[in-house]
Ligand binder design. Structure first.
Ligand code: GTQ
Length: 349
């Protein structure tokens, strides 16, 4: 017996397997090499979705169904290696959501955590736990588990953002609960910007105690994050594998901003080519600024702003920026770290 080879199947063994099969038994030695693999083996494939095409499809969907009828008018970015599973990676879901002028995506809540990364349009809003936030290009917005949320667009432009949710992870644990609020919009009892002022100014309310795992900040405006990268880039300290890469944190405990999804923002200077890197967290990338290409397991993907591409677990990846580029990304790294599963390989770097 070995970890990589299956023992031969003899007629006697086959007859035995068939006999015990009726009582819901299966011999481990016939499946061991496929369930305990020496390295990650995934159905997840590298893939890129072009934003211009996505936007055209979304606007077409805008004429076919309202946000209200759809509950959420979203086109799922479905990994080509896992069609039909509503997954972009084995553990994560991603979709592009459209809210047309004057529309509301009605209030509901669920066990799944969501992140929004704003791509197109400006000034629509989402409400979370009684507070509204305006959504602008590059903003990273969180909907914590079981938080009431509705989205509205009072502008005269369609609004499109990327949704990242832990739907497959929650399914994996069979832990999904969801309910509608019963009204389109939840009541608003906090002023806009309250949570950012309260929790995002390097201070916390004096007797604040952490009750929930998600960050109490629910909009990390691009303006602030981008300004931080702009300041740091002058230092010229580039990580060979990542350029300048930061993680969005929960200011209460310094951990990742969300309990199941790890969000990042990174800058690659013009002409920078990263060293080969691989990690067990399959990652969804969104170029925010700049253009370039990413090579995943030998396959080259050319990208520009707002495109979306996915890097599977444990595949070698390099990024190359033609102009100064900013990439948003998210993965299940936070969950893997908590479970002691995360592994990365920086080559010789
Ligand atoms: O905006 O609440 O892409 O509940 C999938 C499920 C978005 C949302 C999605 C959702 C939402």
């Amino acid at each position: 017996m070995s970890l990589t080879e299956k023992p031969a199947e003899t007629p006697e063994r086959r007859a035995f397997y068939d006999k015990i099969d009726k009582e819901a038994f299966t011999p481990l030695w016939a499946v061991m090499s496929s369930i305990i693999t020496p390295e990650p083996k995934s159905a997840c494939q590298p893939h890129l979705w072009n934003f211009a095409n996505a936007k055209a499809h979304l606007l077409e969907a805008g004429n076919l169904i309202t946000a209200k009828e759809a509950e959420r008018r979203v086109l799922i970015l479905e990994n080509p290696g896992m069609r039909g599973d509503s997954k972009i990676t084995t553990s994560l879901y991603a979709g592009l959501q459209l809210v047309m002028p004057g529309e509301v995506a009605p209030a509901h809540r669920h066990s799944q955590s969501a992140l929004r990364f704003v791509l197109d349009g400006a000034g629509a809003h989402t409400a979370v736990n009684g507070e509204r936030t305006e959504m602008n290009f590059g903003d990273f917005v969180i909907t914590p588990p079981q938080a009431w949320h509705d989205h509205g667009n009072h502008t005269d432009e369609p609004m499109i953002w990327l949704d990242g949710l832990d739907i497959p992870m929650v399914s994996h644990f069979d832990a999904s609960f969801a309910e509608g609020y019963g009204d389109d919009e939840q009541p608003i009892d906090r002023t806009m910007g309250d949570s950012l002022a309260r929790y995002g100014a390097n201070m916390l309310p004096v007797d604040y105690h952490q009750e929930k795992l998600a960050s109490p900040i629910f909009n990390y405006p691009y303006e602030r994050s981008r300004a931080a990268l702009e300041q740091m880039k002058d230092q010229g300290e580039w990580d060979p594998c990542h350029g300048l890469k930061m993680r969005y944190v929960n200011p209460v405990d310094g951990g990742y901003a969300m309990p199941t999804i790890a969000p990042f923002l990174q800058l690659l200077p013009k002409g920078f080519k990263t060293a080969a890197y691989r990690a067990t967290d399959a990652t969804v990338f969104v170029p925010v600024e700049g253009s370039g290409r990413t090579t995943i397991d030998g396959q080259v993907f050319e990208w520009g702003p707002k495109d979306i591409f996915v890097v599977p677990s444990w595949k070698w990846v390099t990024h190359e920026a033609d102009d100064e580029a900013v990439l948003f990304s998210f993965s299940d790294r936070v969950a893997q770290e908590k479970l002691g599963l995360f592994r990365q390989d920086r080559g010789n770097n």
